[in-house]
Design a protein around this ligand. Structure first.
Ligand SMILES: C[S@@+](CC[C@H](N)C(=O)[O-])C[C@H]1O[C@@H](n2cnc3c(N)ncnc32)[C@H](O)[C@@H]1O
Length: 251
């Protein structure tokens, strides 16, 4: 039997890792570090920083692999399915080639494994197909949503209010019915611009928890332009952007 620990490490701040997760790191014989390419070297730097802080040097091996890319194409769902099939093949190969029977492998997941991350779905499928004897455990981490609300010193929900977490793509359909708070992740297109005039506040953050953190907030109609510019500037400076925002109906 091989064991895989899926460990949430927080979304940028090296101290946003739980005591339980930090202890789990100490059980791991081999870490799989899935490299996201040159622009995102800082994400891997955080992973390495976390390993250095919480593990004993020489007590484990590290295997770095380049994470497969999502193929281009207009059908987003289909391209994600292809990506996950590729990721599954990578995980299977790592488990077969790099982990001995009785050993424990670890994968460090950005934020928390339950939120917009496919690792759990992939590992569940690998464990279920019966090809190899695999057990797995999940360790929660601080999500980028929690990092964002803490950075802005706000609550996630209004009193007794409902919250929806969604993607930039879905926001194009408008503010969902029945909720007064929406958290938007994975927005490549300034999706908030579709909601101008809807009497909303926005709390936006890029690289939250890291040394590059940028925060902006205010009435959406007043600050939207500033956020568009800040996003462009961040992309220019870093080559990529990692941001999210919370929209709340004004009372
Ligand atoms: C694939 S999802 C992973 C989410 C992660 N599992 C979590 O728990 O936060 C990536 C998206 O999370 C958001 N995100 C992750 N880290 C962030 C950070 N430090 N600051 C702002 N947004 C972040 C961005 O919207 C990004 O597009």
């Amino acid at each position: 039997m091989k064991t895989l620990l899926i460990i949430g490490i927080g979304a940028g701040h090296p101290e946003h890792i739980t005591v339980q997760a930090a202890r789990a790191l100490g059980r791991v014989d081999v870490f799989f570090l899935l490299d996201k390419g040159e622009h995102k070297g800082k994400l891997n730097a955080l992973r390495r920083d976390i390993l250095e802080r919480h593990t004993t040097p020489g007590a484990y091996r590290v295997v770095e692999v380049l994470q497969p890319e999502r193929p281009a194409g207009s059908d987003y769902r289909a391209s994600v399915d292809v990506l996950n099939t590729r990721k599954r093949a990578v995980f299977e190969q790592l488990l077969d080639d790099e982990v001995a029977d009785g050993e424990c492998a670890g994968v460090l997941v950005w934020g928390d494994p339950s939120l917009y991350d496919s690792t759990l779905r992939i590992v569940e499928a690998i464990a279920a197909d019966g090809v190899r004897a695999l057990d797995y455990e999940v360790f929660p981490g601080v999500t980028s949503v929690q990092a964002l609300t803490a950075a802005h010193r706000i609550t996630l929900n209004s009193i007794a209010g409902a919250v929806q977490i969604t993607t930039g793509r879905r926001l194009a359909a408008g503010m969902p019915d029945g909720v007064d708070t929406v958290v938007v992740m994975l927005d490549a297109q300034d999706g908030f611009l579709a909601l101008l005039g809807e009497n909303l506040d926005i709390y936006w953050g890029a690289y939250v928890g890291t040394v590059d953190e940028v925060l902006l907030s205010g009435r959406l109609d007043d600050v939207a332009k500033m956020i568009v510019q800040a996003r462009q500037e961040a992309r220019r400076r870093h080559g990529w952007i990692m941001d999210s925002y919370l929209l709340r109906r004004r009372t």
